[in-house]
Design a protein around this ligand. Structure first.
Ligand code: LLP
Length: 384
């Protein structure tokens, strides 16, 4: 099954470009917000998934907060109108100027990942006469069973405070007068397609709450991070991820204290399916053992297949002819510039338009200008 695209309107647009179905984006956000609202859960959209200003604008209109991992993302969120008190700032390496930007704007919370970072936040806050709200990013040592490049919650990862170091961190916090501990933060990985790791995360957080209670600490906020996966294999069968099952799981397995606020940071599940990379076929090249479809888009526009061996569905929007088997590749001078090997496409010719699906998350934002290529335009279904 092919997705539905306004191909007539694509004719005069220079390829490659990103195409966003804004109706689907709005519907996805509505669903996520409605399911989270059942339990009074808060959603901070993970800006790293897609920071296109139009996309951020739509997300901000829906009342979501923003999860940022750099000063640039904080600025992008502020520019898009996200209120500072709905911005959280995570990241294992926050530069002083980025911390200062967060402090100057009174953002909601810094998710801190180490003792030296807490000390720097404390020092910078103190020099401004402010108190920084911090959540400790804990590495829960839960294996997310996803690609090793996007697993974050195991002991070997650089992320978060390890469980056996928590006591030392809590001791240090007592001596830091300009930071106030308001929460715990977790993120076990991205593109999780099974619910089991999230259930394990809940039980780990329950244990931790108990551990904190033993020290008479009761945090107001728990942030479970992001990670809910999308269906890259059958985008049209599940355009909107199962937010119902996802939030219900946390409600069932994590009994929050009364008044405790629960937060999530979904990125991919919000924007992944609404975006496609649209490209034109430059050449169909018959090798001695294979046929190559050579596109005008490469890993400069969508790096996920090259970087993570990720699968994205590919469709020929211009052909209804019987299928043939091709390798679909880009023009970049590297062998890894390959979107798919030995896949079936309707018979393909020079000039055909190709859609690479599920490119809304970590597509445009990870684009590069390697080979001196220009960054592509983005078009929106409601503005074409
Ligand atoms: N919160 C934190 C602390 C994160 O590190 C991430 C993603 C998220 C939230 C959002 O996760 P999501 O809901 O999107 O899974 N470039 C990779 C994904 C890297 C994800 C990094 N962290 C990819 O293309 O698959």
């Amino acid at each position: 099954m092919k997705g539905i695209f306004p191909t007539g309107k694509f004719k005069n647009l220079q390829t490659p470009f990103y195409f966003y179905d804004t109706e689907l984006l709005r519907e996805t956000i509505r669903t996520a917000v409605a399911e989270a609202a059942k339990y009074n859960y808060h959603i901070h959209y993970a800006v790293k998934a897609n920071a296109n200003p139009q996309i951020l604008g739509i997300i901000r209109e829906s009342g979501l907060g923003a999860d940022c991992v750099s000063g640039g993302e904080i600025q992008a969120a502020l520019n898009a109108g996200f209120p500072a008190d709905k911005i959280v700032f995570a990241g294992v390496g926050k530069a002083d100027r980025e911390i200062n930007l967060g402090l100057d704007n009174d953002i909601f919370c810094f998710n801190a990942e180490s003792i030296p970072e807490l000390e720097v936040i404390n020092e910078l806050a103190e020099s401004k006469g402010k108190t920084a709200r911090v959540a400790l990013r804990i590495n829960p040592e839960v294996d997310a069973h996803t690609h090793h490049h996007i697993t974050t919650g195991t002991k070997e990862n650089k992320f978060g405070i390890n469980l056996d170091q928590l006591d030392a961190v809590l001791d240090t916090l007592q001596s830091l007068a300009s930071v106030r501990l308001i929460g715990l933060h977790f993120h076990i990985g991205s593109q999780l397609t099974e619910m089991e790791p999230f259930r394990m995360l809940c039980s780990r957080v329950n244990e931790l709450q108990q551990k904190l209670a033993d020290r008479n600490i009761r945090v107001e906020h728990i942030n479970f991070g992001g990670g809910l996966g999308i269906d890259y294999d059958h985008p049209d069968e599940q355009l909107i991820p199962d937010f119902k099952e996802y939030f219900e799981l946390f409600h069932t397995h994590f009994p929050a204290y009364p008044d405790q606020q629960i937060h999530f940071e979904p990125g991919r599940s919000i924007v992944g399916q609404c975006g496609s990379l649209i490209s034109k076929v430059l050449y169909v090249k018959e090798g001695s053992v294979k046929k190559f479809v050579i596109l005008d888009a490469g890993f400069t526009e969508l790096i996920r297949p090259a970087l993570y061996d990720a699968h994205h569905e590919i469709e020929n929007l211009s052909s209804e002819e019987p299928g043939e088997i091709y390798d679909v590749v880009g023009p970049i001078c590297e062998s890894s510039d390959c979107f798919a090997k030995q896949i079936e496409l309707n018979k393909t010719d020079r000039g055909d338009l190709i859609a690479i699906r599920s490119a809304g998350a970590y597509g445009e934002i990870m684009a590069s200008q390697y080979n001196c290529r220009r960054l592509p335009e983005a078009y929106f279904s409601d503005l074409l």
